[in-house]
Design a protein around this ligand. Sequence first.
Ligand SMILES: *[C@@H]1O[C@H](CO)[C@@H](O)[C@H](O)[C@H]1NC(C)=O
Ligand SMILES: *[C@@H]1O[C@H](CO)[C@@H](O)[C@H](O)[C@H]1NC(C)=O
Length: 393
Amino acid sequence: MKAKAPLFVFFKQITVPFIIVFILFSSEFGIVKQVSALGINYGQVANNLPSPEHVLRLLSSLHVSKTRIYDTNPKVLSAFANSSIELIVTVPNEAVAGLADPAQAADWITTNISPFLPYTKITGIAVGNEVFTCQDSVLMDNVVDAMMGLHQGLVGLGLDSVIHVSTASSLAVLANSYPPSLGSFRPELAELIGPLLRFLSVTGSPFWINAYPYFAYKDDPERVPLDYVLFNSGAGMVDPNTGLKYDNMLYAQVDAVIFAIARFGYGGIEVRVSETGWPSKGDDDEMGATVENAMIYNRNLVARQLENEGTPLRPKARLEVYLFALFNENLKPGPTSERNYGLYQPDGSMAYNVGLSSATSTASVSDINSSASWICYVIVSIGLTMGFHGKTV
Ligand SMILES: *[C@@H]1O[C@H](CO)[C@@H](O)[C@H](O)[C@H]1NC(C)=O
Ligand SMILES: *[C@@H]1O[C@H](CO)[C@@H](O)[C@H](O)[C@H]1NC(C)=O
């Protein structure tokens, strides 16, 4: 906080030239195109978000082609028809248990999915969110049956090769994640995780993990190096059992999940990051939740995505990542950070507007389309600025 005033002045002086240079070069080198592999979660726990039509334009202007919604909102699904955006939809936790009945699962698909095909590119169904850590035993006991029912419903419609079924888990399903080679699931979840992994393996579906290095830092800022969680160069650890070098915590967390899955005997399940992000604002006790850190985390992560990187354990398999989230969501309960994960404010202006000119930081949703690639624009220009700032202090 104390460094804020000089920081702003500093940004004003140097950012604009970098933005321009970047935009020029981005089209030159095709950087914009490569970002298309990145996904962004489109959460809507808010009463002030732009219409789905506006959001579609925003995503298109960012050249982001993958998004996930947390329900099956028909307004979103029809607005996204005939666009190039791939959508993962979610069965809300409260609807999961009912779908353990195969007839209801099949019915759910014909009601919520079929009407939008083939024009809306629905590619996945997330059955619940963080079910295994939600303390609801009915939900936990039924989630895999619901997944099987939904999959059978898709098979019946000939859609199972197009739409995969999985569930997104919190990293708290792990009992141990450090070092990655000792990754293991919480023993009390074994009876649930076993059938889940069997299902994913048989159906060729990914294991989705919501992984937030931010939480690790917030919980132990004295011992967890900020550079390591922020993907900053120089930081890192070597896994003593594998000899693999980790320069960031996210990749270590993903590899811990891969090891945990392997302990159940499954080697071929792809692990994808269904959510990761960093809050730009938090309560006094939420260490690290700042605009600066949010910018650095997202900028560094996107840069790694541009390299099509895998994790140290699977370096050749590009790690698929969905950022959380597109917008700040004003109706989310919990600490201040929960409402401040967005790359954008609801009015379409960027949440991280540090050092951007007034024209860009106040852009409305309707203006967004005019920019070549806002996400690169924001993240990389800010990244450059932050890098320079770091060298001057
Ligand atoms: C918005 O962007 C899309 C593609 O990015 C383009 O096809 C369309 O013409 C743009 N619309 C406006 C109003 O500029
Ligand atoms: C999508 O395209 C198809 C075929 O051109 C058309 O029949 C359908 O009405 C379009 N849907 C929307 C929502 O624009």
